[in-house]
Design a protein. Structure first.
Length: 268
């Protein structure tokens, strides 16, 4: 008796569903939303209906053209819907992709996110100063992403510049408590006191090698006696023999002659 009642209930459900589809297709030919699921829709033609499934992770976008035909990201089409409609398909997950299609938060980074296309995940980077907001599935201002945990590098200064020990050209830029690795332009070094990029020669420990013109800058050598200078080709490093060396301002010899007379070669 119970089995009979179960079959009867199932038959009534199927009849009701077919009747509802019939009512949908009597209106007109075209595409119509599913009565329960966002990721299904009805395709009607000449009074006949066909249930169509969107690609896994996408939802029916109505008459608007979606990401793939008439299907788009659920958050773009308002799914789950106010009418109680939900995703009906089971997720088909791959590495970093809970669904085959979609936009998903990165597991450890607040500035990056995954964009999944047919199960293949591509890493995306938020624009400068923005963090990924999983509720909106897009990049947003840090103030709107309170759930993004602050990184230890930025624990004392959630917004600002942080020097990197023993690095001249690189530094951390903290935005909303999350660090971004930055690099100074060529010729500049990051000043741990000024917390900005400055001329390298003005940042202690980051002074560039002195480019020496051996014939033109004899007057400069005397003041730099114990410093090092490097040829422009960077192949050999030379040091001065003595800071008491007297220079001949009118010496016009070749570089080789000058090296033998005034300088001693030192291996790099």
């Amino acid at each position: 008796m119970r089995v009979y009642l179960a079959f009867a209930a199932l038959a009534l459900f199927i009849c009701a569903a077919n009747a509802q589809r019939g009512n949908i297709c009597k209106k007109d030919n075209g595409l119509f939303p599913h009565d329960q699921y966002c990721d299904y829709y009805y395709e009607c033609q000449n009074g006949n209906s066909k249930e169509v499934a969107c690609p896994n992770g996408l939802a029916f976008a109505g008459k608007a053209k979606g990401l793939i035909q008439n299907c788009d990201y659920p958050h773009r089409v308002g799914c789950p819907g106010n009418d109680g409609s939900i995703m009906g398909q089971a997720p088909i997950g791959t590495d970093n992709c809970p669904w085959l299609y979609g936009v998903f938060a990165h597991q450890t980074s607040c500035t990056r996110y995954w964009q999944c296309w047919n199960g293949t995940a591509t890493i995306q980077q938020c624009p400068f100063s923005l963090l990924y907001n999983d509720a909106l599935h897009s990049c947003d201002w840090p103030d709107n992403v309170p759930d993004c945990q602050k990184h230890p590098i930025c624990k004392d200064q959630p917004n600002g510049h942080i020097p990197i020990e023993k690095s001249c050209g690189r530094f951390w830029l903290c935005v909303g408590g999350y660090p971004r690795l930055q690099r100074c332009p060529a010729g500049l070094a990051f000043s741990p006191t000024g917390l900005r990029c400055e001329l390298s020669q003005n940042v202690p420990g980051c002074e560039p090698p002195i480019q020496c013109d051996l014939l033109r800058d004899l007057h400069l050598y005397k003041s730099l006696c114990e410093k090092r200078c490097v040829y422009p080709n960077n192949k050999r490093l030379y040091c001065f023999i003595s800071k008491d060396l007297e220079f001949d301002q009118e010496f016009n010899g070749t570089k080789t002659q000058l090296n033998k007379r005034f300088l001693v070669g030192c291996d790099i």
